[in-house]
Design a protein around this ligand. Structure first.
Ligand SMILES: [Ca+2]
Ligand SMILES: [Ca+2]
Length: 619
């Protein structure tokens, strides 16, 4: 131990000024699998003091002042036998010592058990935009000193006051619906002034412009409210998915205002926006410049693009993801704008997270058009020079094909044939059950509008969502028939949940506040989701699909305990079905029970009404 002390002191020959020093990460843990840690120190003035750390089991390897002398890094290792406690980082100048405390906590013993559990195909994820769901604490609607103090529900671009307490107040609503996991759009601090986009002043209520990774936004309730929400969720058997953004930060982030190094962000001779195209990243014929623009072009002018090839940037992002997972007990990560980040970095951060938390789920947003492109960005069976290691993606090709299947007339390559053909390309994914599947989200037209406010069509796509392979994700409000297209703005698909604010005239969290149609949809989802939870075939079973014929599409989910048939008639008229065609899956069964209506079918010949999907359990 003595030797370690000496070594730590030896390396501390750097001059630093010790006033208001910020340290990132803001704390760490003993008992982590990776013993290495890189602290990033930030002050308002040049660092000129000596820096020393003496703590049993902690060895300092390197202290470096960065190109911008307001920053230094300390590389250290934490021995397996190090004890939790307060480590003092000493800033020494002319015999005066300023000590900054840094806490080493004990790593949780419950990771992988009651927290950090992973989110699987057995779960049902409910996506929430916290600013727009429910206002549980009006005292945080406006926070003095933040760059945007506006809270105005009459303005769709302003913040509306929704927060984490509001979500916590409705945990029983989620469990009643059959939801097992929440995904919240980012909750990390976005202390941004209003931005000017095409003449409209907009707040970053959506959360994708981080300004301090280590603080949850105070308008959502801060770190304390986030911890309280997640702890209660875990107690109630609900899981949490956090939205990660590795690609960019908000222009008012402290390290964008005072960049630690000249190459902290991707640099261009003049402002260069990404093409938003994924194709050059896998196209064997792509030019180098197209690839570079896709990956290193900026998302917007006010979202600087992080250079993850810089190892200090990369360490910062990796440690932050681990810090959040361990501190809050995150069960899964949804990674925003996945393919815009450096690919080697992406593999590194996934490896680091999984090494520390083997049960964790990570899926990336890959907004692409084809299964090939989608599969390229996760673990796949494609013979390509660079292999991504991501578990799964947000399955856009399946999303597009479900919409075509329900909205198009049946044809050789149209209607349900699109869904059938898309699933057939699952040969490209290593494990398609790890993809997040969805009908809509905060960036897309709401599904009820997309299906022309046709309740039967909505029931059909919800039946597909809850019975196909993958991790199903429902967008808040689908169950109460919230609608809208992204016209004139995506804010139209992010409206407030009625009843989430005390002053709301109606409260759709309760059955009496919902219309008959809304209750019917709520009850339909509840019934299917509740059934799904205890169904081994629907959550983990195999999938077998039959060639669509005459506008009718049939598939089975099955294992050795259970067989479920899903029959969709997408025609405008009833169709008769001869089930002998499905002999391979139905042999040995004598009847089938409609899990929504309870009706029984005893014949091999039966008729399915127009525009209807049945989910049947074979008996
Ligand atoms: Ca509030
Ligand atoms: Ca980028």
């Amino acid at each position: 131990m003595k030797k370690i002390f000496l070594f730590s002191l030896l390396l501390c020959c750097i001059q630093a000024s010790a006033q208001s020093i910020k340290i990132y990460p803001s704390n760490w843990w003993v008992g982590m699998k990776n013993p290495n840690l890189q602290l990033l120190l930030h002050t308002a003035t040049d660092i000129t003091d000596s820096i020393a750390i003496t703590y049993p089991g902690v060895t300092v390897h390197k202290i470096a002042v960065l190109e911008n002398k307001h920053y230094a890094t300390i590389d250290l290792t934490i021995a397996p036998n190090a004890q939790p406690g307060i480590l003092q980082i000493q800033f020494i100048k002319k015999k005066k010592i300023n000590r900054i405390p840094f806490e080493l906590l004990a790593k949780s013993n419950d990771d992988g058990k009651t927290r950090v559990q992973g989110v699987r195909s057995a779960d049902l994820v409910y996506l929430i935009m916290p600013d727009r769901f429910s206002n549980g604490d009006t005292t945080n609607d406006r926070v003095k000193g933040m760059r945007d103090e506006i809270c105005d529900r009459s303005n769709m671009y302003a913040r509306h006051g929704g927060d984490l307490k509001g979500i916590q107040n409705h945990l029983d609503y989620f469990t009643a619906l059959g939801v097992t996991s929440l995904w919240l759009t980012p909750v990390i601090e976005n202390d941004m002034a209003l931005t000017d986009e095409g003449g409209t002043k907009r707040s970053t209520y959506h959360g994708y412009a981080f300004t301090d990774h280590y603080n949850i936004d105070k308008r959502f309730g801060g770190n304390k409210a986030y911890k309280a929400l997640i702890d209660e969720m875990h107690n109630k058997g609900l899981k949490i998915i956090q939205d990660a953004v590795y690609n960019h930060v908000g222009a008012s982030h402290w390290f964008a205002v005072d960049p630690p190094m000249h190459d902290w962000f991707n640099q261009w001779p003049e402002y260069t926006q990404t093409s938003y195209k994924d194709q050059p990243l896998l196209d064997p014929y792509a030019s180098a410049i197209d690839k570079k623009i896709s990956n290193e072009g900026w998302f917007t002018r006010f979202m600087p693009d992080l250079n993850q090839k810089n190892p200090v940037v990369s360490n910062f992002l990796i440690q932050h993801a681990i810090w959040c997972t361990e501190l809050f007990g995150i069960d899964g990560w949804r990674v925003d704008t996945y393919f815009y980040s450096n690919p080697e970095f992406l593999n590194r951060i996934n490896d680091a997270l999984l090494a520390e938390f083997p049960s964790l789920t990570v899926f990336g947003e890959a907004w692409v058009q084809t299964v090939t492109n989608s599969a390229y960005f996760c673990e796949n069976n494609i013979d390509v020079p660079f292999k991504h290691n991501l578990q799964g993606v947000t399955d856009f090709p399946l999303h597009f094909s479900m919409l075509d299947a329900v909205n198009q007339s049946f044809g050789w390559a149209d209607g349900v044939n699109k869904l059938y053909a898309t699933l057939g390309q699952d040969i490209l994914y290593k494990n398609p059950y790890r993809n997040a599947i969805f009908l809509d989200n905060h960036d897309l037209d709401r599904i009820y509008s997309v299906v022309g406010e046709d309740d039967n069509k909505l029931k059909t796509v919800i039946a597909w969502l809850l019975t196909l392979r993958g991790i199903p994700q429902l967008y808040y409000g689908t169950e109460i028939l919230m609608k809208n297209f992204k016209n004139p703005s995506d804010a139209k698909v992010r409206e407030d949940f009625p009843g989430g604010w005390q002053e709301d005239a109606v409260n759709k969290f309760n059955a009496p506040g919902r219309t008959d149609k809304e209750n019917e949809m709520f009850n339909y989802i509840q019934k299917l989701a509740t059934y799904r939870r205890q169904s081994s075939a629907l959550t983990n079973g195999k999938l077998m699909q039959y060639l669509p014929a005459d506008g009718v599409y049939v598939y089975f989910r099955y294992d050795d305990k259970q067989t479920i048939a899903v029959i969709s008639n997408t025609n405008k008229e009833a169709k008769s079905i001869d089930a002998t065609r499905f002999e391979e899956r139905i042999a040995g069964f004598v009847s089938a029970k409609n899990i929504i209506t309870g009706e029984e079918i005893h014949s091999m010949l039966f008729s399915v009404p127009a525009n209807t999907t049945w989910v049947l359990e074979l008996e």
